[in-house]
Design a protein. Structure first.
Length: 177
């Protein structure tokens, strides 16, 4: 998911859900896998709610937008009153976004646009600006196991978790200097 978000994803729409912005991006991995990623920001971190492979209609939409050069957030002028339902918990929300109904909602919102100017997630924008460099890092096996467990609880990959921890630690240390 992080790879797709760091490779110039296309913002499909954003919406306020109980005071918290939800962003839906279409992105592509280096291997060409096309993903829809629903995320929010909490405590200056990206929290992925769900991600799933694009269906045929979404792939067509993504490729058309990419061909037109829609690398930047979009702004369309259409009134749209459809809202996401209220969710009891994160699992219920993730299931809804990945369901047929959730996908249709994304398609309707994508086709109809929104009257609010879309900016997208500042944290995702930061991912696309920063170039990544591959490194090899040796970790103690128990630390790696712990990272995998924590990442699993958060619903993200362990490498993404480690990258986030390094980024936060470096930022914290830079403030101390």
């Amino acid at each position: 998911m992080e790879e797709a978000l760091s490779r110039n994803p296309i913002l499909i729409y954003e919406q306020d859900a109980d005071g918290e912005n939800r962003y839906v991006y279409y992105g592509e991995t280096a291997r060409g896998r096309l993903l829809a990623i629903v995320l929010t920001e909490r405590d200056n971190r990206i929290r992925v709610i769900t991600a799933y492979a694009l269906d045929a209609g979404q792939k067509r939409d993504y490729l058309e937008r990419r061909t037109r050069g829609e690398w930047k957030p979009m702004s369309k002028k259409t009134e749209q009153t459809t809202r996401t339902p209220k969710f009891a918990n994160g699992d219920e929300e993730a299931s809804w976004w990945a369901s047929t109904e959730g996908r249709r909602f994304v398609e309707r919102r994508s086709a109809a646009g929104t009257s609010k100017k879309q900016k997208g997630s500042p944290l995702v924008a930061g991912l696309t600006r920063a170039s990544s460099v591959r490194i090899a890092l040796r970790l103690a096996a128990p630390d790696l196991d712990k990272a995998r467990v924590i990442a699993g609880r958060k619903g993200i990959g362990y490498q993404t978790l480690l990258k986030m921890l390094v980024h936060e630690g470096l930022r914290r240390e830079a403030r101390r200097l």
